[in-house]
Design a protein around this ligand. Structure first.
Ligand code: HEC
Length: 136
């Protein structure tokens, strides 16, 4: 019989319970950072509009939007327009590994906003999109 020793209980807690809090915290911490950078509270509707908006880019990808790779329903898998690689759904409700690391979120915001919109997203745009995605 294995007896649960206190140090085991602590490990089990850190391995199973903490990551769940971490995911929630990641988004909330980022939203706080965006507000500190001057953004108002995020607005999911504005985020959804931006998500679906089409921007002009250089050929062969003259029409670009977040949907171009992620699809309009973020509960579905996406497909990278250039590499053809499958992208996991961004919706946390169907993909628990989505939106859990602020470093990744910031990296992809930077790269994807530049490619799609032609410039980095503002703190306000990021707050709006993050709230929208969080609710999916
Ligand atoms: C050219 C293809 C492409 C386009 C267009 C694109 N993305 Fe992405 N995006 C990716 C890829 C690839 C990943 C990484 C997915 C992974 O690691 O599973 C990603 C990841 C992300 C993530 C990070 C998810 C996480 O869990 O950390 C966010 C946020 C994101 N994209 C937002 C956007 C937004 C907002 C737009 C539109 C402005 C956009 N993306 C447009 C390809 C794209």
């Amino acid at each position: 019989m294995i007896k649960i020793k206190p140090y085991m209980a602590v490990s089990i807690f850190s391995l199973i319970v903490l990551p769940v809090f971490a995911a929630e915290n990641t988004i909330d911490n980022l939203l706080q950072e965006y507000q500190a950078a001057g953004a108002a509270q995020g607005n999911a509707q504005r985020g959804e509009v931006l998500w679906n908006k089409t921007f002009n880019g250089n050929k062969p990808y003259a029409q670009r939007s977040c949907k171009t790779c992620h699809s309009s329903n973020v509960k579905n898998h996406g497909k990278h327009i250039r590499t053809g690689k499958t992208i996991k759904p961004l919706a946390p409700s169907v993909n628990p590994t989505s939106l859990v690391k602020s470093k990744n979120i910031e990296k992809w915001f930077k790269r994807n906003c530049k490619w799609t919109i032609g410039k980095e997203c503002s703190a306000q745009q990021k707050a709006d999109i993050l709230i929208f995605l969080k609710q999916q």
